[in-house]
Design a protein around this ligand. Structure first.
Ligand SMILES: [Zn+2]
Length: 202
């Protein structure tokens, strides 16, 4: 869980708990790291109640975290160890959504009377490819920012789409850090333009 992990992404695969792609009624696809037997079906069912189109949700759960997003008829969920940053998980889900829709004609498949999970089984290869070569996919940038509270430099992962698709610059991003939070302003070149300490509630 050190900074080296966060910059190299070598251990990414082992730090994820699951990836799930569901329709309203059923799981279409599920990925788990090697040698994982835990079921996350309850987590996924809970999420379906709150899923809102095109909004990323972040959920803290003990030592793990979950990110989910609804995209039209599908709900994408990813679970990871606590220290994997949310923006990284969002980037993975965005890529998965893109690839899944490139490979499968979801609208047509879901219109079948009986949809079998088998149709989607090979998608596992796509996920393994992504996780094994994550750096090459160039989905995120690592920004170094000083936290004034801890007086240390933090590697903060920012998904590229978040900055590139922004309509306004600099883009604000709150980084929750061990019970306090800093607000970063990031310009279109991924440079930090300012950092403020912010109050949090919730
Ligand atoms: Zn701090």
């Amino acid at each position: 869980m050190d900074d080296i992990f966060r910059s190299s992404f070598n251990e990414l695969k082992n730090n994820l708990n699951f990836i799930n792609i569901s329709s309203e009624n059923m799981t279409l696809f599920e990925w788990k790291p090697p040698r994982s037997y835990r079921s996350y079906i309850l987590d996924v069912n809970l999420i379906k109640e709150y899923a809102t189109n095109n909004i990323f949700f972040h959920i803290h759960k003990g030592n793990s975290k979950i990110v989910h997003i609804k995209k039209n008829e599908l709900i994408y969920t990813i679970g990871a160890d606590n220290y994997v940053q949310y923006q990284l998980l969002e980037a993975i889900l965005e890529y998965i959504d893109l690839r899944f829709n490139e490979i499968f004609d979801i609208k047509v498949i879901l219109s079948f009377e009986n949809v079998s999970e088998n149709i989607f089984q090979n998608f596992k290869i796509e996920i393994d490819k992504l996780l094994d070569n994550f750096k090459k996919y160039d989905l995120v940038k690592i920004i170094n920012a000083r936290c004034r509270v801890c007086n240390s430099i933090l590697p903060i992962i920012v998904k590229k789409s978040f900055i590139e698709k922004s309509e306004d610059y600099p883009v604000p991003l709150v980084y929750n850090h061990k019970g306090h939070a800093i607000l970063l302003f990031i310009d279109r070149n991924f440079d930090v333009r300012g950092i403020e300490l912010v109050n949090i509630t919730g």
